[in-house]
Design a protein around this ligand. Structure first.
Ligand code: FA5
Length: 338
């Protein structure tokens, strides 16, 4: 039996030396180590061998088994390395599979609109300022001439964090922060997020505004009209219909709301413009003397205008979007179009 074992080992050594594929190795593993393979057969034969020969035979069979296992493992690793080297890949990597496409990110349409508007005002000499999104009641309302019991608070449905702390409902409080720090003349815009308890086809609870403020000697309403007109014509084109409508804001006097003809229905009236043919995009006016007093500016010497515009509304009009909520649903099919 020892001779037969040795014969099988020689046979195995010759075959493994000549083997060139992983399939051949699999086949040899079955033939030599499988249930019906020669090692199993030797184990069965061992049971009927004379007891005095059993230890030596057992040792030979185990050595053959270990030899086969070791050489099969070594040869498998060698062939795997070779095939990986040939395909330029690593083990377990299938070079024939189609590649995964890298998805490149792009700027959100609201960010693009913000950048575009900011650069228009920048070209008109306005500097960019920022303010906090969590505001005190004082900056969001009181310093802007909206006392606690004033009905104008109803115009901006407010998220209160504490009694005196709110999520800012508009970017107008940045006016106060800037005027407290800087002396006139000044010309600033303040872009950022604002929050109101609002949600429908043209309102979202979070949206973006850009505040504008210009203060100098002899600033008049015609300066305001000129700046707004230049801005809207740059965004929507020279032929765009714009209208100034008298309005009320406690922090400006006189005040106006500016509408632009609805681009969804070309002024005929639709769901988006509530059948009016116009969409309101900004509020504006001459800075109220009460606001100047709250920041220690002399209202006899300085005059100024301020405006606050809704970025999403402008983006809706520019791109012909009929539901503001699409901007925030993160649907890539929508976002990829910009
Ligand atoms: C204001 O917020 C004033 N602070 C604007 C202002 C600034 C007036 C300086 C005078 C001087 P109003 O509430 O109208 O005004 O909002 C301004 C713009 O924000 C609106 O014209 C509209 O375009 C947009 N807007 C208002 N509420 C929402 C909302 N929930 N979702 C999206 N856009 C909105």
């Amino acid at each position: 039996m020892i001779q037969t074992i040795e014969k099988h080992q020689q046979d195995f050594d010759a075959r493994i030396g000549a083997s060139t594929s992983l399939d051949e190795l699999k086949q040899m593993r079955i033939e030599f180590l499988g249930k019906k393979g020669c090692v199993s057969q030797f184990m069965k034969d061992l049971r009927s061998a004379p007891p005095e020969e059993k230890p030596a035979l057992g040792k030979h069979i185990n050595e053959l088994k270990e030899h086969i296992e070791r050489l099969l493992t070594e040869k498998t690793e060698e062939l795997e390395k070779k095939s990986a080297g040939a395909s330029g890949a690593v083990a377990g990597f299938d070079a024939s599979l189609p590649g995964k496409k890298e998805i490149a990110g792009s700027t959100h349409p609201i960010t693009e609109m913000l950048d575009e508007i900011t650069s228009i005002f920048f070209s008109l000499g306005f500097q960019v300022e920022e303010g906090p999104e969590i505001e005190t009641d004082y900056y969001n309302f009181e310093a802007l001439n909206i006392p606690k019991d004033h009905p104008a608070r109803d115009m901006q449905d407010t998220f209160y964090i504490e009694e005196e702390v709110v999520l800012r409902t508009h970017t107008s409080p940045v006016q106060i922060h800037v005027m407290e720090k800087q002396k006139p003349p000044l010309r600033i815009i303040a872009p950022g997020k604002v929050y109101r308890c609002d949600s429908d086809i043209s309102h979202t609870p979070m949206f973006h505004q850009i505040e504008g403020l210009m203060v100098d000697e002899n600033i008049s309403f015609s300066h305001l009209k000129g700046v707004i007109q230049i801005f809207l014509h740059q965004v929507f084109g020279e032929k765009t219909e714009v209208r100034f409508r008298p309005s009320f804001f406690p922090f400006t006097c006189p005040s106006a709301e500016v509408d632009i003809q609805c681009v969804i229905c070309s002024g005929k009236g639709c769901r988006v413009c509530s059948n009016s043919g116009w969409l309101e995009i900004l509020g504006a006016g001459m800075v109220d003397p009460a606001v100047f007093k709250s920041v220690d500016y002399d209202p006899e010497r300085w005059t100024g205008f301020a405006f606050g515009l809704g970025i999403e509304r402008i983006a809706m009009l520019k791109y012909g979007i009929n539901d503001i909520r699409l901007f925030f649903e993160n649907d890539l099919r929508f976002l990829k179009q910009f």
